[in-house]
Design a protein around this ligand. Structure first.
Ligand SMILES: Cc1ncc(COP(=O)(O)O)c(C=O)c1O
Length: 379
């Protein structure tokens, strides 16, 4: 089945009532038919029928064999780090979501996990950072917020040659545009709060792996059941509803993003535009090769920090707010919001400064969005 149909129908199976919308099972526990017998559902922390349909749908969309729905993107990232043991080393991209950096530096560092941050759009840098004890390479592509494109296939090969796993945070593109498992990644994770939800009304996260029955799936299963981060059934149902419109939303967002990126490029007060759908972007060819679209995120720099801050206060249709992926356009100031806790040396290494703004483009009319940006920039 093609993506457009999969997104609408997912793993939905019509029950005896013929319900088109997935039923919500709120039961925390389940009656056993008899001794050592189970309906497949025993206790809600371990499995829930509504969540199970959502997880199967995510696995189908990502081209994987098994998925877990959890309470936030950070819960998903935490599960990836829980696979590690003291003494292990992780190679991470330099511009990742700030919360990932905080988790690695503040939490897992205390448990003896070593980290190296490199520009993962440069394969030589990834190679140079690998150590015998490297167990995980963790990337976002395009990166957040500098929109650098990393070669998933090449990094997967490199990671595997060193006995490490490759985890890809696929939040920015969603499986509609990019399927890292099909390019060799071992784990895909999402902040489901963003494009998968699309309406800024659910906090959710997902992990997906290639094989349903493999060792990795079994290890994650044990971690999920042992640590209890799962998504509630009500939120699982909302996510199922959201996924039905994933394709139409992200296609429209990408169309709007390209129009805005082109307009920004022509603005004299804009000094730099970062969008992998612009042919002059250094990752353009790779993006075309490994994804079917460029997404709805556009970062740009303006001539001064004072102008960046003034723009935030002059917006009308667009909201100055943290987050991304929803149908409403948001403008974020990464240095004080999403990436506030990123160490100064990493900000410097990536070029993340106080003139940088990050747009999450919604599905509004592109001309209205450009009018709003024009007023805010050129007032
Ligand atoms: C790329 C990316 N990954 C992970 C997260 C964390 O997700 P959540 O806020 O759902 O915990 C975010 C949050 O902004 C994000 O932007």
């Amino acid at each position: 089945m093609n993506d457009a149909s999969l997104e609408v129908h997912g793993a939905h199976v019509y029950d005896a009532t013929g319900a088109i919308s997935e039923p919500i099972y709120l039961s925390a526990t389940y009656r056993h038919p008899g001794f050592r017998q189970s309906t497949g559902y025993d206790y809600g922390r371990c499995a829930n029928p509504t969540r199970a349909v959502l997880e199967k749908t995510l696995a189908l969309l990502e081209g994987g064999g098994r998925a877990w729905g959890v309470a936030s993107g950070m819960a998903a990232i935490n599960l990836v780090f829980l696979l590690l043991a003291p003494g292990d080393h992780v190679v991470l991209g330099t511009d990742l979501y700030g919360g990932t950096v905080r988790l690695a530096n503040e939490v897992y560092h205390r448990y003896g996990i070593e980290t190296s941050y490199v520009d993962t759009s440069c394969i030589n840098e990834v190679e140079a950072a690998m150590r015998p004890e490297t167990k995980l390479v963790f990337i976002e592509t395009p990166s957040n917020p500098m929109m650098r494109v990393s070669d998933i296939q090449a990094i997967a090969k490199l990671a595997h040659a060193h006995g490490a796993l490759l985890a890809v945070d696929n939040t920015f593109l969603s499986p509609h545009f990019q399927k890292p498992l099909t390019l060799g990644a071992d784990i895909v994770l999402h902040s489901g709060t963003k494009y998968l939800c699309g309406h800024n009304d659910v906090i959710a996260g997902f992990l997906v792996v290639r094989e349903a029955e493999g060792d990795l799936a079994a290890r994650i299963d044990r971690l999920v059941v042992s640590s209890g981060p799962m998504l509630s059934s009500m939120d699982a149902w909302l996510m199922l509803r959201s996924l039905k419109t994933l394709g139409v939303r992200v296609e429209r967002q990408a169309q709007n993003a390209l129009a805005i990126a082109k307009w920004l490029k022509a603005q004299p007060r804009v000094t730099k535009v970062y969008y992998p759908g612009l042919p002059e972007h250094p990752g353009y060819a790779l993006q075309q090769a490994q994804a079917t679209g460029c997404g709805g995120m556009v970062s740009f720099k303006v001539e001064s920090a004072a102008l960046a801050q003034a723009v935030l206060g002059r917006l009308s249709l667009i909201s100055f707010a943290e987050s991304l992926g929803g149908v409403e356009t948001l403008l974020t100031y990464p240095i004080v919001q999403t990436h506030a806790e990123m160490p100064a040396e990493l900000k410097e290494a990536t070029g993340l400064d106080d003139t940088l703004l990050r747009l999450s483009v919604g599905i509004e009319d592109a001309a209205d969005l450009i009018d709003d940006l024009d007023r805010a920039l050129n007032a």
